[in-house]
Design a protein around this ligand. Structure first.
Ligand code: T4K
Length: 412
């Protein structure tokens, strides 16, 4: 099998037509207003308020600072229950607020925090839960809300991957006390870099506005020790333009995911993530698969390296677990986390981005099957690849390959 001529990365940012962006740049050149709450940032904020159906949003220059300042602005203290199966920025946001992360295990289907383990980890010092909608998979929203309510805890979501996700026709931003969205270039929706908070309590808006702008009330008054985390005009220009393409981008990702599912569903030792529940409109942010070495014929790391020989750059999001990074090894981990540990050792995220041709997706699958030593890949032709006009909710759960419990829950 021939390698791809060009590298196939795990993601490639979508960009609107250059002429359109240049047209927008003229506005910036004319106004000479580049940052500090300029007109395009204000317009973008209005567009997002409209999209999320709430005025309780605040824009930032990236998701990490948005989350860090959210924790500061809400005066969260003591211990925060969180997941080790995430991008390290989730935990860094706690660190910079001198909060103690309490890592608990995830569930094996969507890889989000396991509510039962959350409840068991609550101590008198716990003040908040910081859960992650990893890969855009919604956490167990109702169970976590119930725990937070009963124990008087803040419930925050790192929704960095979840832009465009809806649950019961409601944006995922409306769950919990606060959600952080990342608009980084590698996300399905981006503003070059950028971040956003959506929150329940409108009283927080003023605090977040102070915190991201040095705490300035006016030229002469600084009301709190803020920092510089402002979004600039170029970021907002890109973000505003990208909104127009959102539905189309999600639809393209849905088709790509469908091809992966069709082609890979029967590969022994390769497990696709469970389909999201029926009431979720998913955004198809990532294509995570788990590799079971015994059945697949090679380990996840061998596969990762072998794919590079074919010019395919899959990624091991999220390995190692955050608690295994040297800077967090001193955090005492109370209970073993068998699911997170097993998943981290098996996970591989496959390339997905709107410009990835469906033929190339099929070729990636053929290479995977070839590497698994399995003959030919099942053709996806049975399901039309280009089924235009469907909502971005995936075709209803046919033939989900159910994962035997023994496979999903490997002991540590
Ligand atoms: N919470 C969670 C759960 C997150 O996943 C993230 C970010 C955050 C919080 C923090 O949000 P931000 O502060 O970033 O807004 C990438 C991203 O940099 C990071 O934003 C993202 N999560 C994480 C999951 O992935 P890397 O180090 O893997 O990115 P990098 O540079 O290796 O890029 C991956 C691939 O994307 C490259 O191989 C090629 C392609 N690429 C990348 C960039 C930057 C492009 O084609 N063009 C580009 O401009 O972290």
């Amino acid at each position: 099998m021939k390698p791809f001529d060009q590298p196939i990365y795990v993601t490639r940012p979508f960009l609107p037509p250059l002429e359109q962006f240049c047209e927008g740049l003229k506005e910036i050149w004319d106004s000479r207003w580049l940052t500090n709450d300029g007109p395009i940032v204000r317009r973008f904020a209005r567009q997002l308020s409209n999209y999320f159906q709430t005025d309780n949003i605040c824009l930032f220059n990236n998701g990490t600072l948005a989350l860090q300042l959210a924790l500061a602005g809400m005066n969260i203290s003591g211990e925060v229950i969180t997941t080790p199966f995430t991008f390290v920025a989730t935990t860094h946001a706690l660190f910079w607020n001198k909060l103690r992360p309490v890592f608990v295990d995830i569930e094996p289907h969507y890889y989000t925090l396991d509510p039962e383990k959350v409840e068991a980890a609550i101590t008198p010092w716990t003040t908040a839960i910081l859960a992650v909608h990893v890969y855009g998979h919604p956490c167990n929203l109702h169970a976590l809300a119930d725990i937070a309510r009963r124990h008087h805890l803040w419930l925050l979501y790192d929704a960095a991957h979840a832009f465009g996700v809806q649950v019961g026709r409601q944006s995922i931003a409306h769950f919990g006390d606060l959600s952080m969205f990342s608009f980084h270039a590698t996300k399905l929706y981006h503003s070059l870099e950028g971040g956003m908070l959506a929150f329940r309590d409108s009283g927080l808006k003023k605090t977040f506005d102070y915190l991201k702008n040095f705490g300035f009330e006016n030229e002469l008054e600084v009301v709190m020790p803020g920092t510089n985390a402002k979004m600039n005009e170029m970021q907002a220009l890109m973000g505003g333009m990208m909104l127009k393409y959102l539905e189309e981008l999600i639809e393209k990702r849905r088709r790509i995911t469908q091809v992966y599912r069709e082609c890979l569903q029967d590969v022994p030792g390769l497990k696709l993530a469970s389909r999201v529940p029926d009431d979720v409109d998913y955004n198809y942010a990532y294509v995570p698969v788990e590799i079971f070495e015994g059945e697949f014929g090679m380990s996840r790391d061998e596969l990762y390296a072998s794919l590079k020989q074919y010019n395919i750059y899959a990624r091991r999001y999220f390995y190692p677990l955050v608690c295994d990074y040297p800077c967090y090894r001193n955090v005492v981990v109370g209970k073993a986390m068998p699911v997170a540990r097993a998943v981290a050792s098996r996970i591989l995220t496959l390339p997905i981005y709107p410009d990835l041709a469906l033929e190339d997706v099929q070729r990636i699958c053929e290479i995977l099957v070839h590497l698994a030593g399995r003959g030919t890949v099942r053709s996806p032709a049975k399901t039309p690849l280009v089924s235009v006009g469907v909502s971005h909710q995936e075709a209803k759960r046919p033939k989900e390959r159910s994962v035997p419990e023994s496979k999903a829950l490997v002991t540590p």
